[in-house]
Design a protein around this ligand. Structure first.
Ligand code: HEM
Length: 502
């Protein structure tokens, strides 16, 4: 193309003088830039020809949360960014997000295509939930939800499984003997992963199980990679912003090897009348004569997605929770006193205690509000729709920025302050406005693991607080509440001391 422009230009130059040629070339280039500058009525930062808001993404790096807050303050409830000439709309504010994802949820619940690459060799795998659209998404979502519900009511209730996991975690933490713990993140990660592991594979793993540690690391690698929407950027930019695509694919390979191992193990003991977990449930739907590679392809995406979506998220939320407890010792003390008074110290805290522990619930909500670990995964409009007074053409990507709700001063006065009391009105005991804390999103695409995650957060947090006082590793250590945003917003690594309460 450039060559033919050049040769055309060269032959033109025979007939016109150099100045005229340069002026025509310049005008041509200007016209090209004007034509290829993406534009829209929807406000947003200046987009450049061809590359859109590439400079914005290069500049933002892992400070995405802070930059989105700035864009929200500048443009209000709706703004757009361009990946090349592809537009991504971000919506903010409780009413606008509910209008788009709930009221118009039936036409705004598809996912953009080509967002997630399942890895070489897996192109033909059956669809999953997280990145799937249409009927396949509805069917798979129902299948996963039903399975989770059945397993949660099986021989051992899910809250009991989580309570067991919490006691293993407490035992691990106790081994530190009140000395600084460097790997709190890993400890929390293993517990969060074990909860999902139980749903998928029917049992928990010991924390020193090599295979288990490999898939936890793999999930972490995938989650540390640049936010999925960056997949729309050129490869070299993705490399610059976080984990390289090669690393991510290697990690996905580790998860798929593990799944293959699980399928083989499950087949040895499979009993149609005793469905233990999601893999068993899958096996009931697959002809037994299929070989294990075909079976793997049928389950691969759904299992991978559930594992990815369910582990690092919960671990990250717990990590923020411990950080805030260290930073706000009075809040931690009040949680402890409430647990001591209501539950006592002779038995563990169970999920059925939650209605009698309003301050613990409020403290957890306040951490979720301030940490705002997630944005929605992008949705795509199946028809032309209207959001915040703007026409959104069919096939446009729309994502929701939940921190805009959580930090809205109209909903939460002095939003940057950590004050669990803000959830109580006149009557202490009633936790108000909790429906406006929406880290799990809203509408038909709401997090499929919301109940599991909330149960896990409550049981693990309450039991940790009952058994330990979390303090800074040393009194002069500075705590940072700035996050690092990849797929989700993680806390900066920290050290902590866990002093046993008795
Ligand atoms: C603190 C923990 C968690 C948070 C903050 C969280 C948050 C989210 C968010 C924001 C979405 C995207 C919603 C949207 O696009 O509008 C999502 C989707 C999803 N989450 Fe979670 N999640 C958590 C834990 C879990 C757990 C434990 C599981 C399952 C085992 C899980 C499974 C999923 C799945 C499968 C989806 C895709 C749903 C769909 O596309 O229909 N999540 N989650």
């Amino acid at each position: 193309m450039l060559f033919s422009l050049w040769t055309t230009g060269a032959s033109l130059a025979k007939y016109i003088d150099l100045t005229t040629f340069l002026v025509i070339t310049l005008l041509f280039l200007i016209a090209l830039c004007v034509i290829s500058t993406p534009r829209s009525d929807i406000p947003g930062p200046l987009a450049m020809p061809f590359v859109g808001n590439l400079m914005f993404f290069l500049r933002v790096g892992t400070k995405q949360h802070e930059e989105y807050l700035r864009l929200y303050k500048t443009y209000g409830d709706i703004f757009r960014l361009f990946f090349g000439n592809r537009m991504l709309i971000t919506i903010c504010g409780y009413d606008t997000i509910c209008d788009a994802f709930v009221r118009q949820g039936s036409v705004l619940s598809d996912r953009p295509e080509g967002f997630f690459h399942p890895g070489p060799g897996y192109e033909k795998s059956a669809p999953g939930v997280l990145f799937t659209s249409g009927e396949a998404w509805k069917r798979n979502r129902r299948f996963a939800m039903q399975t989770m519900r059945d397993i949660g009511m099986g021989k051992k209730r899910m809250d009991e499984v989580i309570a067991d996991e919490a006691s293993v975690l407490c035992a691990d933490i106790a081994l530190s003997n009140g000395k600084p713990i460097d790997n709190m993140r890993d400890l929390l990660g293993m517990s969060a992963s074990n909860i999902v592991h139980y749903v998928l594979f029917g049992y928990r793993c010991n924390h020193d199980n090599e295979r288990f540690l490999t898939i936890i690391k793999a999930a972490e690698t995938i989650f540390k990679s640049p936010n999925l929407r960056y997949r729309l950027l050129p490869k070299f930019v993705q490399n610059f912003l976080g984990t390289s695509p090669e690393e991510r694919l290697r990690a996905q390979g580790d998860v798929s090897n593990y799944l293959k191992y699980q399928i083989e193990e499950h087949e040895k003991t499979f009993d149609r009348n005793n469905i233990r977990d999601l893999v068993d449930r899958f096996l009931t739907t697959i002809p037994p004569e299929e070989d294990s590679n075909q079976k793997l392809l049928r389950m691969y995406l759904m299992v991978l997605e559930l594992f990815l979506a369910g582990t690092d998220t919960t671990a990250t939320q717990l990590e923020w929770t411990i950080l805030y407890m260290m930073g706000y010792p009075k809040v931690q003390e009040r949680c402890y006193e409430e647990i001591e008074k209501v539950v006592g110290l002779n038995r563990s805290v169970s999920y059925s205690d939650r209605n009698t522990l309003p301050f613990v619930e409020a403290a957890l909500l306040e951490v979720q509000r301030l940490s705002s670990i997630s944005m929605s995964v992008p949705h795509v409009s199946a028809e032309d729709i209207s959001i915040a007074g703007y026409r959104i053409p069919k096939n446009t990507m729309v994502t929701a920025f939940f921190a805009s709700v959580h930090l809205d001063p109209k909903l939460y006065p002095n939003p940057e302050k950590f004050q669990p009391e803000r959830f109580f009105g006149e009557n202490y005991g009633n936790v108000n406005k909790k429906e406006m804390i929406i880290p799990f999103s809203v509408g038909p695409r709401i997090c499929l693991g919301e109940t599991l995650a909330k149960t896990g957060l409550f049981i693990i947090f309450a039991n940790l607080i009952q058994k330990f006082k979390f303090c800074k590793a040393s009194p002069d250590e500075e705590l940072s509440f700035d996050g690092v945003t990849g797929q989700i917003r993680r806390a900066r690594p920290y050290r902590v001391r866990a002093e046993p309460r008795n």
